[in-house]
Design a protein around this ligand. Sequence first.
Ligand code: SF4
Length: 365
Amino acid sequence: MSTTAVSVSLGLPEVPRNRRSRAEIEAAAPVEGTKRVLLAAPRGYCAGVDRAVIAVEKALEHYGAPVYVRKQIVHNLHVVRTLEAKGAIFVEETEEVPTGELVVFSAHGVSPAVVKSAEDRELRTIDATCPLVTKVHREAVRFARAGQEILLIGHEGHEEVEGTYGEAPEATTIVNNPAEARTVHVTDPENVTWLSQTTLSVDETMEIVAILRERFPNLQDPPSDDICYATTNRQAAIKEIAPHADLVIVVGSANSSNSVRLVEVALEYGARAAHRVDFARQVDESWFAGVTTVGVTSGASVPDVLVQDVLALLAEYGYAGVEEIVTADEDILFSLPKELRAKLKEDGDTSRGLGGRKAKAKPTA
Ligand code: SF4
């Protein structure tokens, strides 16, 4: 069988690979109609990820390498490797950071125990927790102080859930899925509230809340949605595209909750197939067999260069017409962490984040 070498630019060392050619794929399964791409908007970087990545870059620039980062700053392989190349050192726990060094807390947030451990080790810290995660932490503290039992909807073991749970462990129970919602035990059904991880499936979370409310009619809601605007908007865009797509490609890492949810949502809303890839080189050309319409989106921690690489690969296989499906505009920008703003001010750096910009979420379509 003849093959065509396609080399894909990843912003990383190029990895040439032998792929079956467009002609071979089309001969195996003819395509009806004009090939096209429906590109989701919004997609990719959210304000919290943007802020966290810039925080590490600015820390490297102003304090010099190494800058330690607890956990992956955001859940994206490309971002992590790029920052490592600039001098960031990623660690799992603060205990791995030498005494007195600088450590950045990731966008997913940390529990008070982690903050205390950093203080005990006299680490200098920059907290890059997304403000929308911090909001959920504050709700947990407030509800626990008010004597409420908290049902935290989220995935046990995810860093964000660990951080939120750690704010009020004695008052919190994690609910992973609808099955757990049907069996979770509470001490006083009259005094229960629910909170959630910011990056869940909107639909599944509402299903879980409905189950909980049936069991505990006086269940209290959080003051505003915990699932963040970026997660909601990206899911809304792929819901629009999925019914028309023979194939959906989601760019995002395996540990990125909102990227994995996008694959699930695409399938749920009618895509014939959906796959997640970190990089264009992971796209399997056999997915294109018989495919007329390809939907493309990316998780909230994905730089757009990785999506552009996928589009370039798709163009090689005849999917050159790209229509952007816009379901919301986003103009949110968070100011940088306060510890860093102070340093930037001291050094006369006005390039980003001294006070930030007014943030406003537009409603989803
Ligand atoms: S996905 Fe949402 S909660 Fe997470 S960093 Fe982005 S804006 Fe913040």
